[in-house]
Design a protein around this ligand. Sequence first.
Ligand SMILES: C=C1C[C@]23C[C@@]1(O)CC[C@H]2[C@@]12CCC[C@@](C)(C(=O)O1)[C@H]2[C@@H]3C(=O)O
Ligand SMILES: O=C(O)CCC(=O)C(=O)O
Ligand SMILES: [Fe+2]
Length: 403
Amino acid sequence: MIMPTASELISHHHAHPLDFESVREVPDSHAWPDLHDHPTASAQGAVVPVIDLSATATNVLEQLARACESWGAFQVTGHGVPPGLLRRVEVAARGLFALPTNRKLEAARPADGVSGYGRARISCFFPKLMWSEGFTIAGSPLDHARTLWPDDDPLAFWYVYDARVPTPHALHHLPRPSNAAEKPCCDTTCSDVIEEYKEEMKQLARKLMRMMLMSLGLTEVEAEAEAETGWIGPRDEAGGMSAVLQMNSYPVCPDPDRAMGMAAHTDSTLLTLLFQSNTSGLQVLQVVGDNGRDRTARWVTVPPMPGALIVNVGDLFQILSNGRYRSVVHRAVVNRSSHRVSVAYMCGPPAASKVEPIGKLVGPGCGPVYRPVTWPEYLSVKGKLFDKALASVMRTQASSEHT
Ligand SMILES: C=C1C[C@]23C[C@@]1(O)CC[C@H]2[C@@]12CCC[C@@](C)(C(=O)O1)[C@H]2[C@@H]3C(=O)O
Ligand SMILES: O=C(O)CCC(=O)C(=O)O
Ligand SMILES: [Fe+2]
């Protein structure tokens, strides 16, 4: 990692966002010197696993275990999230980023806050800026609606989506979902869509958490108990998994070989559910050789699959699994022809829950590798140490022998 200078850091926080639409070349502030730190696998090379959750086949847990152990990421199909909802959330994201810069800046994320519009939080660890903008929603989208959509009526949803739509009459000419059973977009506001999406993601994240715990060898009852005491928390009013919705926008880029959409990182989550729409850009780092001294790795593109969602193992799941499942290093690259958006549901435990290696995975020959941490504690460590954060919450040999 190249550490930025003090003046670069200052400009990171005070600069106005780049007007991506009008620039004809990548400015020095956004030109990355080492995009090719690892080779990129050819299209016929390695393929990130695709797992059909609806399959009645009995080996879904085995497939999950293999995907989490060797990749830390996989795509899921048969997840039950309606395709129409995925389309609507994409429209909502595109609409949000299509707003004029001054409107977006009104919703800028405060220096000490989580929610709002701005650069990826990890930007401060890099000397160059990324070719992207983001909008982070923690809590209810309604908290943001007043700033971004003062008239959060259904039509506003369409106005921001397509600036060419001058009057409500023009709505009649817009494409409608072909499936008549689907709710027409124009009945819905952006915050409705986001709320509905978060609810669907929550159900899917719970299901995947249970299945991933079972894929580690826990019984259904043990996985349930782990959920109640650990990552879901007690079933009181305040309990429940917490999550952050991260919308990312990657405008078209005149020189994609010099720009970085989202720099390499792992997510500080239990797991992340990512919708990447139909434009390629996500790459995961596959470690192909590790002889103890040298690690060889390559970037593998995760191809968009209609209706599929990508699941990333996050740092907190690595802790929970006592290191058996590794959080995946990933990044997003940009392209010169399609404006890409992605929506990440970043899922973690309730703020007060301590995440620690699961008892069943700890034994005489294998003590707990990590110390207990809450999500807010871990996020704060990540905000200071970035890619050294996981190592910093490891127990020392001596402390793990005493537990
Ligand atoms: C819960 C969180 C995870 C995140 C930091 C945050 O507090 C809110 C934004 C999240 C995000 C989204 C884009 C990539 C990422 C690395 C970043 O810069 O902000 C993640 C953070 C993370 O996983 O550490
Ligand atoms: O846009 C993508 O494909 C990746 C986004 C991402 O990694 C994130 O939001 O954490
Ligand atoms: Fe990520």
